[in-house]
Design a protein around this ligand. Structure first.
Ligand code: UD1
Length: 339
């Protein structure tokens, strides 16, 4: 059964391709390699024993997207990861984000309709909740005004999908990720941001390996137990496995509605300082960090109520924060040839 994975050479995409192939799905990747490398396909092949087909083009190109779907007329489902995701950059370049993240989605939906591909899993984010009024946050929580154009593209995308479902025989599952970190146990794939990392854990591992001088901890005056911001960190492999579960749920016609939303988190909140402590413990490295001012646009605390996903999908995140940090560190060392 053939599944299209857009953004399949990226961080979450590559881990999901491995899990899909290990469960017997045939995968075609479409990626424009704007934030990833073609060599990821070699790593995926090493891990799973199967080389996925990689087609390099930009899904913002309507004609190329249409041609691709005509050529691959046996695709059963689409997992759509391909998108820009840097919050700060989206504030500086809003049109880039709206064009890239929305036009590609519209092209995919149009081609799915034309080619009668009925199953879509969409990569959404807990950013749609903003700073929730109640914690943990469930799927029923209201959507807050987005803090950034990036966040807005996720909100609008969910709306575009829901409106499209009313006019086409489509089904979609939006997976709202909390904070994915860590890497595959093989240390052959992991998170490899181009340039200076925006996210916490890649910044930690790059500081520990000596590429960055110092980690800045953004704010210690939040209303949290130690004053630093709290997030729900989830191992990327746990997250990837949820996508396989979602694809099967669609293909086997087990959805309750033609649009479903699931939180993908562990249900546990950890502060920035707790993440640092866990990293220092599992790596044995002393991290050079400094408390600085808050980062614009950051929420104080957010963690998931994953009970709906646990019950309905029969899926549960298994890995601990220590395991997440240990795998991220193993990957960083392997990538830099330090082990
Ligand atoms: C953000 C988005 C999320 C998006 C993700 C992808 C929000 C609320 N969340 O996650 O939707 O999917 O980016 O990039 O917009 N931190 C430091 N020092 C650093 C880096 C981070 O202290 O150098 C802190 C942050 O202030 C935050 C925590 O670590 O409290 C996690 O930050 P990060 O990994 O960037 O993820 P989010 O901002 O939570």
């Amino acid at each position: 059964m053939k599944i299209l994975v857009t953004g399949g050479t990226g961080y979450i995409g590559s881990h999901t391709v491995v899990e899909l192939q290990q469960q017997g799905f045939e995968v075609v990747i479409v990626d424009n390699l704007s934030n990833s490398q073609a060599s990821v396909v070699d790593a995926i092949e090493k891990i799973s024993g199967v080389r996925p087909l990689l087609e390099v083009f930009d899904l913002v190109d309507k004609e190329k997207t249409a041609d691709f779907f005509h050529q691959h007329n046996d695709i059963k489902g689409v997992i759509h990861f391909a998108a820009f995701k840097a919050v700060g950059e989206s504030v500086a370049k809003p049109l880039l984000y709206y064009r890239n993240n929305l036009v590609s989605l519209m092209n995919i939906l149009e081609s799915m309709g034309e080619n009668k591909v009925e199953n879509l899993v969409f990569s959404s984010s807990c950013t749609v909740y903003g700073q929730p009024d109640e914690l943990p946050v469930s799927e029923k929580a209201p959507i807050k005004k987005a803090e950034s154009p990036y966040g807005n593209t996720k909100q609008i995308s969910e709306e575009v999908i829901q409106d499209t479902l009313k006019s086409l025989p489509l089904k979609a599952i939006a997976l709202r990720y909390f904070n994915p970190i860590g890497a595959h146990e093989s240390a052959l794939i992991g998170e490899l941001p181009l340039g200076v990392p925006n996210n916490l854990v890649p910044f930690i591992t790059q500081t520990a390996i000596g590429i960055r001088q110092q980690l800045n901890v953004f704010g210690d005056d939040y209303n949290t137990p130690d004053g630093t911001a709290v997030r729900d960190y989830i191992h990327v492999v746990d997250l990837a496995q949820a996508h396989v579960v979602a694809v099967k749920r669609m293909i086997e016609n087990r959805m309750k509605h033609n649009f479903e939303i699931f939180n993908l988190g562990t249900g546990n909140g950890f502060s920035v300082l707790e993440v640092i402590k866990s990293f220092e413990k599992v790596s044995g490295e002393k991290l050079n960090y400094k408390i600085v001012g808050r980062r614009a646009g950051d929420v104080e605390q957010v963690w998931a109520d994953p009970s709906w996903s646990n019950e309905e999908l029969g899926w549960k995140a298994k890995k601990s924060l220590d395991e997440m940090n240990a795998s991220a560190w193993k990957w960083e060392k392997a990538y830099r040839g330090k082990e």
